[in-house]
Design a protein around this ligand. Structure first.
Ligand SMILES: *Cc1c(COP(=O)(O)O)cnc(C)c1O
Length: 398
């Protein structure tokens, strides 16, 4: 008799995952292969902005799949032209390059900034990024990230990134020299535990970068597409950046990303940038369907209201259990647990059928569907309340 091979064996073991197999999703709920239901406040890491398998995305994908999948990246297609036009109409930018993942879009942003430096700033190439920042898992985006755990990995890294401190203008100013071409940041640092850049900091940073002729790049991969209750996070501060990257929510669960730039900065020449699947109409169709919903003022207003409701319920929960501050913007929120119990809370919630995320050992992050209902929020609050009560009892016994 041979030993049965573990059903997970054929996938590279790149992260700790529960030994559960998900087979179906609808709105705020996921089901596993035993038909157990989970309430999902992770939503594929802030990806499913309209919940699991929304009809508008499924229908758009189906219709596009029947019409045209991919003509070739060397030809134009009608769907990507429409989506580029719509993204430009809704933003401070003039041109779009579509990519397949957030990291790839950020690689493009880094390349575009270096190209701009080569053409207009005497070969300046350095980009100032931030401690705690997260920009992806390719070699250059790991270098750009300010994540301590990345530091010893895959040496030698891509050079040309210097790290400043979020919301500390002097720390940025100190790093500027003749080699600097850009400053790059997330309007809210997501993976670091939901730390917003203040509006004032973004305004000062815009003024500083303008004064030195530097580009300002916003990584809106997590904060874009209505997550913070504005279509793009930079809008809260009223600034106009030079470059923006989008991914996660842009196609409601389908893999799509985008690099946007103003006319002046959009300086790629033939051969500089490209990719086989970039701008394929299938994913762009999903992007159009999502933007149609998310960019409407009534939808964004409802995200703001739902966000305030979730925030106030989290504050009450925090007060009941002696937890710390609730922070974030729109429907990207976090609660400080004050103790490194995040992983234990997430595991217990998972067992109870509730999906939560702990980006740091002492932080819980909430990134539900943007159309999550108040009833679903209360279901999550009640579930988390029960988990915290159990863990509190365990802490008192220990
Ligand atoms: C998720 C994320 C990325 C990386 O996107 P991928 O699609 O996983 O490559 C980059 N920046 C930010 C801010 C993110 O949240």
């Amino acid at each position: 008799m041979t030993m049965a091979i573990c059903p997970f064996h054929h996938l590279m073991d790149i992260t700790a995952r529960p030994k559960t197999v998900f087979v179906r999703g609808e709105g705020s709920f996921l089901w596993d292969d035993t038909d157990k239901r989970y309430l999902d406040f992770v939503q594929g890491w802030a990806v499913n902005c309209l919940g699991h398998s929304p009809a508008v995305v499924a229908d758009a994908l189906t219709a596009q799949a029947k019409r045209l999948l991919t003509p070739s990246p060397a030809f134009y297609n009608d769907t990507s032209l429409k989506l580029a036009k719509a993204l430009v109409a809704h933003s401070a930018f003039d041109q779009v390059f579509f990519a397949n993942s957030g990291a790839e879009a950020n690689e493009g942003a880094i390349k575009l900034a270096r190209k701009y430096g080569a053409l207009h700033k005497g070969g300046a190439f350095e980009i100032i990024t931030f401690e705690g920042g997260f920009h992806g898992r390719t070699l250059a985006t790991m270098s750009a990230s300010g994540k301590k755990a990345f530091e010893p990995l895959f040496e030698p890294k891509v050079p040309g990134f210097r790290k400043a401190t979020l919301n500390d203008l002097a720390s940025v100013e100190q790093l500027i020299d003749k080699n600097t071409v850009a400053v790059m940041l997330e309007p809210v640092q997501g993976e670091a535990g939901v730390w917003p850049a203040t509006d004032q900091f973004l305004q000062q940073l815009r003024a500083l970068t303008k004064a030195h002729g530097l580009l300002l790049i916003v990584d809106e991969i997590q904060t874009g597409m209505g997550r913070t209750a504005k279509l793009f996070g930079y809008e809260h501060s009223g600034i106009a950046p030079d470059i923006m990257t989008l991914a996660k929510g842009i196609a409601g669960g389908a893999p799509l990303a985008a690099l946007l730039a103003t006319e002046k900065v959009s300086c790629f020449e033939h051969g500089d940038q490209g990719g086989t699947f970039n701008g394929n109409p299938l994913m762009c169709a999903a992007g159009l369907a999502v933007l149609d919903v998310v960019a409407t003022p009534s939808f964004l207003k409802s995200v703001a209201e739902t966000g305030r409701f979730l925030e106030s319920e989290l504050q009450k929960l925090s007060a009941r259990h002696g937890l710390g501050e609730v922070r974030g913007r729109g429907l990207l929120l976090a609660v400080d647990l004050k103790l490194p119990i995040g992983a234990a809370i997430v595991a217990q919630a998972f067992a109870d059928g509730l999906l939560l995320n702990a980006p740091r050992p002492d932080t819980l992050r909430f990134m539900p569907a943007l159309n999550v209902t108040r009833a679903e929020i209360m279901l999550m609050i009640d579930g988390l309340d029960a988990v915290l009560t159990k863990s509190g009892a365990a802490r008192r016994v220990a």
